[in-house]
Design a protein around this ligand. Structure first.
Ligand code: SF4
Ligand code: SF4
Length: 192
């Protein structure tokens, strides 16, 4: 083998020997081994921190029983609102769908009739769906609605078990009927 082809062995000839159990421990600043008093002082410092946290006000919540309050401007799950007389606010104008930047709202309108009046306007939303997987909770739909029918509430727990369940239908979005309207409709149904 030529001299220029010789390789250099990078390993040290004398590898660092293993150290004993006491080697490498830094010496005490004053050259003394800490005594029992220093140990008790260190223990007291630790206990002071522990006891201080134990008696300080609790900062965690017992979620999900306790929930932290949302800000007034928080935008969570959507709701379709009703008037006090039970009629749906939505008039099927589709302005919310037009304003939605991700196109996750589907509105199919139908005509109100005297026999079947659903909303005060000429039309109502026969189909109203929101794909919550695409929604970015920007609130543009709420801003665009001329009758404050669609609103974003404080609810943020939206987990579910399948993609299909995140298509929120009108039945899921619509507020329940006011109790007095519900009772009136039930008594009317019993009479007929
Ligand atoms: S909050 Fe925004 S993204 Fe969600 S449905 Fe309304 S407009 Fe669309
Ligand atoms: S929720 Fe409002 S904006 Fe959307 S279709 Fe109904 S009335 Fe129109």
């Amino acid at each position: 083998m030529a001299d220029d082809e010789k390789t250099t062995d990078a390993r040290p000839e004398h590898p660092t020997p293993l150290r004993g159990p006491d080697e490498g421990i830094p010496a005490h600043p004053k050259g003394k081994v800490p005594g029992v008093g220093a140990d008790i002082a260190a223990l007291a410092t630790g206990l002071k921190t522990t006891l201080g946290e134990f008696f300080s006000p609790q900062v965690t919540l017992e979620y999900p029983e306790d929930k932290s309050p949302r800000s007034e401007r928080y935008r969570g799950r959507h709701y379709l609102r009703r008037y006090e007389n039970g009629l749906e606010r939505c008039i099927g104008c589709e302005l919310c769908a037009a304003a939605c930047p991700v196109g996750c709202i589907l509105v199919i309108a139908a005509e109100n009739t005297e026999e079947n009046r659903v909303s005060p306007g000429e039309r109502y939303a026969k189909t109203y769906e929101i794909n919550m997987l695409r929604c970015i909770f920007c609130g543009y739909c709420e801003d665009a609605c001329p009758v404050q029918a669609i609103v974003l509430g404080p609810e943020y727990e939206l987990s579910d078990t399948s993609r299909e369940k995140f298509i929120y239908t009108k039945e899921k979005l619509l507020e329940p009927l006011p109790p007095d309207v519900q009772a009136r409709l039930q008594s009317k149904a019993k009479e007929t």
